[in-house]
Design a protein around this ligand. Sequence first.
Ligand SMILES: Cc1ncc(COP(=O)(O)O)c(C=O)c1O
Length: 396
Amino acid sequence: MEDQYEQYRSLLKDHSFPLAMIDLDLFDENAEQILQRLQSDVTIRIASKSVRSPDLLQRILDKNDKFKGIMCYSPKEAKFLIELGFDNLLIAYPTMDRQAVKNLIPEIQNGKTIYFMVDAQSHLDLIDAVSNGVDVKLCLDIDMSTRHLGLYFGTYRSPITNVEKTRSFMELIQNYENLAVKGIMGYEAQISGVSDRSPARSRILNFIVRRLKSISTKTITSRRQKVVELIQDMGVVLDFVNSGGTGSIESTTKEPSITEVTVGSGFFAPALFDDYDQFKHHPSLIFGLQIVRNPTKNIYTCHGGGYMASGAVVIDKQQKPFLLEGLTYLDNEGFGEVQTPLKYSGNLDLQIGDPLFFRHAKAGELCEHFNEIYLLEDGKITGSAKTYRGLGKIFL
Ligand SMILES: Cc1ncc(COP(=O)(O)O)c(C=O)c1O
């Protein structure tokens, strides 16, 4: 690891910091591993939120026909991606942005394939009101959280939680002439987004989480299958049944009703994806900060660094020091808005002006802090890929 640090330090000595860098060899290897994790003949929809760079999205799509379609997160983003030439977009979260939905209707008329996520009448009314007689494809979000001994295991997403509610909602949709359900999504966040052995949890809690994940997987498999059967019995022909994420590729793709699995985080392999039993992807995306102060022995203060991940405020949302054994952040200060003091107890001679390297807890959020990501290939910087932010776009 120290060798790699020395290599990066010398490679980046004339660069401006902070910077983000992706090792494309590792990124490509992650894509290969992701393909190998599939347990059936499904396709992979790329979660754009976990990549947030059009060049890198395109690089994945170009790799293999199994990478098919994008799961994006807002209608404005869908419009932007269409303008860049992307197609087959599933907007995976409901929107009440009337104008943004309206702006996509001409794209549908031009032959682009866009699916809107719905789970409430308000969503249907909005799409219907702006659709201007154009046929619009919908995707139903079926909630996949489960309860065990009164404990809610999952995330709060859709109110459509079972077969009966699916039936009522499908009957409601039949009242809208131009709206048709073409996809089903049931994302099991509690399986896919929860690691098996988090260092932030006690051993006993990790054990309980693994047990819950295993029990929950059985419940949701049965729920998803029943929902798909119901919809097919109603005479609806689906383009896809989507599910899963990086953390659940194996269990999701074993399920016969699934036609595609979503994957995003696995390409960058951020810190929250370190502790799963089924896979180990390579940390491909890192960021570097520059040491600008040395307030006392063994304390090195970097410029910038406060890129905490979203979600519940727990310790594993922090960035993780990378490459240098003995490099830790200070509990009292964490990663700061404009500067971050770090403790280093290793053997290397660090100087003001040297870089230190880190990983973000999540995949795509780091891209909101950088305009471009340097591309490292075969040990050399070969260019850079613009992030959404670098292209002047922030969607949420
Ligand atoms: C709807 C949906 N599908 C899939 C995923 C999985 O994405 P990733 O592979 O980045 O974990 C997410 C992540 O939050 C999601 O919200």
